[in-house]
Write a protein that binds this ligand. Structure first.
Ligand SMILES: O=C(O)CCC(=O)C(=O)O
Ligand SMILES: [Fe+2]
Length: 449
């Protein structure tokens, strides 16, 4: 057997893997205890702790019963978190939980105090109809094509796939979805109100992380309750890092699997502290109940998950997740989006897709004020050439090549002032053109520069 190169001692013994391992017991390590705390999920999934959640806020269909459909789902046991009709309902009976409203003051209070709010008639009847029809068609098309995505919940024992269909990258699948991302009132009549609440909660420079449809089928398994702000064990009491806007496309109740939510859990989890176990049990979950056309906004710390659809029809929602501008987006829009979507996008849409150079740049062209659409176009066309190893001895054609970087805003701006550039290269690339120019529209106020 050959020695692994990484175990070779090539310098001072203090740098050897064996020496480092011998001097790194877990107790001596910097933040390992915090990073591996597993909180808050360790607390959330604790059995016999939270009210009306005997097995914690997670569902394991392998634990039975076996004779239900699907196997493992127990719809009678009131002590399971996904059955909210009995003890759970009694627990919340007197609470002034969010109800659909158009009153921005009430919406603010609900989002702050309960972690979610419900915007009444966020979609007009026409907008709802258009979105619903497009989603039904898209979902059916993706199933027929063998392209449907099944995820979010556990499959039942013996079933190969979960009973929840996701539709990804909605911006590619109908212009009404683009309007949702832009909060254009022609697509979502409550768009300006939603955008205001997002701006106040996230800062106006938020990005769109993903925009998807989630369609639960009869007797899907429930989702383990979770925070969509995937920052655990980091937790911040002052404000959330993400906010979801969820458009409800079917009348939703406990019967057809309205989203499970633990009202106020955003505060309780944040107050417990980052990486710390919960010391107080949480109250039970409720199922969201609201008419189609309502938008639920919920913040990233709120505990929630897909409920069990006990009806004989599907339940569809659209979820747009917004993140801080310095967080990684769930979807790499710059690769997923159709070129035409990027090329005709407004500055606001481009910004929200993460196409503004600054973070996630290409080959260091992240210091300019431009959008990365040009680079994407060149990549699509197969004309984007990357800069590799260069030296004074490189073949002249390598030094002079038409690299993709030459077409970036940063490169073009700096090129005339470059010291030592070979004269033939200076003249050859003096007129490098951008591969794409953004529409001359007013600057989007969310832009960071
Ligand atoms: O389906 C739902 O109601 C919620 C889905 C959800 O929370 C998720 O997929 O992260
Ligand atoms: Fe979620």
């Amino acid at each position: 057997m050959t020695e692994m190169a990484g175990d070779e001692i090539v310098g001072p013994v203090e740098f050897s893997r064996a020496h480092i391992a011998a001097h790194s017991p877990v107790e001596a390590q910097l933040y390992t205890a915090f990073l591996t705390s597993g909180e808050p999920y360790r607390s959330l999934y604790r059995p016999d702790f939270h009210t009306a959640a005997r097995n914690g806020f997670a569902h394991d269909p392998r634990k039975g019963p076996a004779d239900t459909s699907p196997a493992g789902l127990d719809l009678d046991d009131e002590d399971l978190y996904y059955n909210t009709a009995g003890a759970a309902q009694a627990c919340w009976a007197g609470a002034d939980l969010p109800r659909p409203t158009k009153d921005i003051g009430r919406l603010r209070n609900d989002l702050r105090d309960w972690g979610y709010c419900l915007i009444a008639e966020a979609l007009s009847a026409d907008q709802l109809k258009t979105l619903k029809r497009r989603i039904d068609d898209q979902a059916a098309g993706e199933r027929l094509a063998g392209l449907a995505t099944w995820q979010g919940v556990a499959p039942a024992p013996g079933e190969p796939l979960p009973r929840v269909q996701f539709i990804h990258s909605l911006i590619n699948k109908g212009e009404q979805f683009v309007r949702c991302v832009e909060h254009d009132p022609r697509g979502v009549q409550a768009g300006p109100l939603i955008e205001q609440l997002l701006n106040e909660t996230m800062g106006p420079d938020f990005l769109m992380s993903s925009f998807i449809a989630i369609i639960s089928s009869p007797f899907n398994n429930p989702q383990g309750l979770h925070q969509d702000q995937a920052t655990a064990p980091f937790s911040e009491a002052a404000a959330p890092f993400t906010v979801n806007t969820m458009y409800i496309l079917d009348d939703t109740t406990a019967h057809n699997g309205g989203t499970l939510v633990v009202p106020g859990s955003h505060r309780r989890l944040a107050d417990a502290g980052a990486g710390k176990p919960l010391t107080e049990p949480l109250p039970p979950a409720i199922n969201l109940s609201a008419p189609a056309g309502t938008a639920m906004m919920f913040e990233g710390r709120l505990l929630h998950g897909t409920g069990v659809n006990r009806s004989n029809a599907t339940r569809a929602i659209l979820v747009m997740n917004s993140v801080k501008w310095w967080m990684r987006q769930q979807e790499t829009h710059l690769i997923s989006a159709f070129p035409e979507i990027l090329e005709t996008a407004s500055p606001k849409l481009l910004y929200r897709l993460g196409a503004l150079t600054g973070f996630g740049g290409i080959e260091g062209a992240w210091n300019g004020p431009e959008y990365q659409v040009g680079q994407r176009r060149m990549i699509d066309a197969g004309t984007y050439r990357r800069i590799g190893e260069l030296s004074p001895d490189s073949p002249p054609e390598d030094l002079a090549a038409d690299y993709g970087y030459r077409h970036s805003e940063t490169a073009r701006r700096q090129f005339p002032h470059q010291p030592q550039t070979r004269p033939d290269i200076r003249s050859r690339h003096a007129g490098a053109q951008p591969a794409w120019t953004a529409p001359a529209e007013p600057k989007f106020p969310g832009r960071r520069r």
